[in-house]
Design a protein around this ligand. Structure first.
Ligand code: SAM
Length: 306
């Protein structure tokens, strides 16, 4: 199904909890404020069954920290049983020791792991966690054959100078690297103003140094920079980027079961968990999806839409 701007809905990003074992200073909390409840595994799978009827084929689990859900492997297994094309999680990686094996057994093949700094002190000051736990998680997931993308939100005056080290580290551990521009959401305005940096010049630098550049089909021409024969680096620049919004094919679900048409907005949510708990049939849930899709509009608007 397409929204009013011709954008196909292909992906669903589902927040499974707002709970987190870390406390990252830059965290946008997936655009959520305090959640009142969490979806059960059955409710998540029921929602996905309906999502499939509007075209969703790619599912990403996020949070909070999704590894705090003890039923994460069950959720992943049941999502794969729905024959989705792609199922992945995004995690801080520090709790993988407990669940990595079960996740691999459930069929998970891909995860994004957040590593906001390669420096142990900077990592701790940003997250209140220990970098060794995340390093251990990365090594474990790798040993189980997972494809890993390391996520780094780049911040001026904090970790912007670490890019070359992050490239070397990612190459060394056989992961790809995703450098993300800081988004202004659920953040202190002063923090954003002090630390936001437009990643345009970084992307130019990568382009000049890369051995190969690929354009990603279906991702609005987002580029991948390849170093040597294996290291892949991507840059995500959503802030103030109408081109990014026009390429968005993703709907979201908050941890308390509300369809969220856009990361950046919370005034157009459509509750789906309430109706499920009141016994609504799938046909009604499908109407709720249609309503949320009709509410999708690009957050950053280019001249052609103004
Ligand atoms: N706890 C998990 C983790 O650390 O990946 C999942 C939740 S976290 C909110 C999901 C993703 O959002 C991570 O890749 C993180 O880097 C990214 N993120 C968090 N705050 C951000 C911000 N202000 N701007 C851009 N990306 C952000």
């Amino acid at each position: 199904m397409k929204d009013l701007f011709g954008r196909e809905i292909r992906g669903l990003r589902i927040s499974l909890t707002q709970r987190c074992n870390l406390n990252c200073v830059y965290c946008h909390h997936e655009g959520e404020s305090a959640a009142r409840s969490e979806m059960t595994a059955d409710e998540v799978i029921r929602i996905l069954g309906v999502a499939k009827t509007v075209g969703v084929r790619r599912v990403k689990y996020t949070g909070g920290e999704p590894l705090l859900r003890e039923d994460l492997a069950e959720i992943v297994r049941r999502t794969l049983e729905l024959e989705m094309d792609d199922v992945a999680i995004t995690t801080n990686g520090s709790l993988l020791a407990k669940q990595a094996q079960a996740l691999a057994g459930a069929g998970l093949k891909r995860m994004n792991i957040s590593l906001p700094s390669i420096n142990p002190c900077v990592y701790s000051s940003l997250t209140k966690g220990e970098i060794k736990d995340t390093f251990r998680g990365i090594a474990l997931a790798k040993s189980l054959g997972m494809e890993i993308k390391i996520n780094v939100v780049i911040m001026k005056g904090i970790n912007e100078s670490e890019v070359d080290e992050l490239i070397d580290y990612s190459k060394g551990v056989g992961c790809s690297l995703q450098l993300i521009e800081l988004e202004d959401l659920n953040l202190d305005r002063g923090f954003f103003n002090d630390h936001h940096i437009d990643l345009g010049s970084l992307e130019q630098r990568l382009a000049s140094k890369a051995d190969q550049i690929e354009e990603r089909l279906g991702m609005n021409g987002r580029r991948r920079y390849i170093f040597g024969d294996s290291l892949m680096v991507e840059v995500v620049r959503a802030t103030n980027n109408p081109h990014f919004c026009m390429g968005c094919t993703r709907l979201r679900i908050t941890s308390d079961g509300k369809l969220k048409p856009c990361l950046m907005r919370s005034d157009n949510l459509v509750d789906v968990l309430g109706p499920i708990r009141q016994g609504a049939p799938d046909s009604y849930l499908r109407l709720l999806f249609e309503k949320a899709i009709a509410r999708r509009s690009p957050y950053y608007v280019g001249p052609s839409l103004q």
